[in-house]
Design a protein around this ligand. Structure first.
Ligand SMILES: CC(C)(COP(=O)(O)OP(=O)(O)OC[C@H]1O[C@@H](n2cnc3c(N)ncnc32)[C@H](O)[C@@H]1OP(=O)(O)O)[C@@H](O)C(=O)NCCC(=O)NCCS
Length: 191
């Protein structure tokens, strides 16, 4: 479950390098290589990230084996912020396209993907965007279940759209219901 070490925020330029690193881990089959610097700078794009506060052991001072420094006996551990998931959307007038949503494997199944989706749906709602589009691999049952939960409907299938090792896989194209209504907000986006 999401705990106090897990936070959500807008991506900033200095996150770009880290995002590139996790992109290839999250989407190993897609062979994508997004320029996150560009994406984060664009006015038509929006990237939300999820971070985890990681505990890092302090580096051992070699001299401490010879002459232990007692003042450092209770040295506090340092922390570093690592990016564990993100969602990237593209705004086109009254529509928006979810281009990528992903969570690194170790952190899946804890509600992070859903929270990232809700953050971007809420952002779209606040910006009067009515409809969200996206596509997803036919075999991606977790993502399909998530989209259906938020009332995305299948509108078409793109044959052989994605690379799949030495073959191809179909894409399922989804379209949301009108998310700009008060009912949708109350049901899905209020918390
Ligand atoms: C799809 C993905 C983003 C979901 O993120 P997540 O943090 O694991 O998902 P959550 O824990 O927030 O789960 C939210 C909902 O997603 C669906 N879901 C998530 N994992 C699932 C699983 N293993 N099986 C079935 N449904 C699942 C469920 O509807 C779940 O809601 P519920 O718990 O009320 O049933 C994640 O699996 C992922 O990063 N996959 C690899 C990248 C990818 O495929 N992205 C989508 C490209 S279209």
């Amino acid at each position: 479950m999401i705990n106090e070490k897990i936070k959500f925020r807008n991506a900033i330029l200095s996150d770009a390098k880290h995002l590139s690193k996790i992109e290839s881990n999250i989407f190993p089959l897609d062979k994508v290589n997004t320029n996150f610097q560009n994406e984060i700078s664009k006015e038509t794009k929006k990237v939300f990230i999820c971070t985890y506060e990681n505990i890092v052991k302090p580096k051992k001072n070699l001299l401490s084996f010879i002459k232990p420094d007692k003042s450092k006996a209770n040295q506090e551990f340092n922390t570093e912020e690592i990016i564990i998931g993100y969602i990237k959307i593209w705004k086109v007038l009254e529509e928006s396209h979810i281009e990528q949503i992903g969570v690194i494997e170790k952190f899946r199944g804890q509600g992070i993907g859903e929270k990232l989706l809700v953050l971007s749906l809420r952002y779209c709602w606040e910006n009067n965007i009515k409809k969200i589009l996206l596509e997803c691999r036919k075999s991606n049952s977790s993502a399909i279940k998530l989209y259906k939960k938020y009332l995305f409907n299948i509108v078409s299938v793109r044959k052989n759209y994605y690379p799949l090792n030495n073959s191809r896989e179909d894409a399922i194209c989804f379209e949301s219901v009108d998310i700009s209504t008060d009912d949708y907000y109350k049901k899905f986006l209020i918390n």
